[in-house]
Design a binder for this molecule. Sequence first.
Ligand SMILES: [Zn+2]
Length: 123
Amino acid sequence: MMKKLSSLAALGALVYSTDAGRHCDGCAQPQADCVCEQQAEILGDGQVRVRRESKGRGGKTVTVVTGLPLTAAQLKAICGELKKRCGVGGSVKGATIEIQGDQAEAALAWLQQQGYQAKRSGG
Ligand SMILES: [Zn+2]
């Protein structure tokens, strides 16, 4: 719950102290360390591909989504949605989303539902 400010004076003090810190509104980092530009970078090339991968993973299958034309923050959000839908773990590595297990069909269907021209690649 947000604390309700009791007076304009309190509000003024709050704004003043925030300004004095000179933190970025976007990323809450000090201005000098602002990472907004980095975070706004589109990582994927728009050629959305979903594939299964099990090589070099000790026999474990993962579903890999590449090419989403999104920023790191947006990729994280998509990864979260996919994890929720598939009921499994997953992570974002650079421009790539990895979901545990063979979720290629489910991921593909969901991405297409979201309006992405996602295609199956590989096995
Ligand atoms: Zn920033």
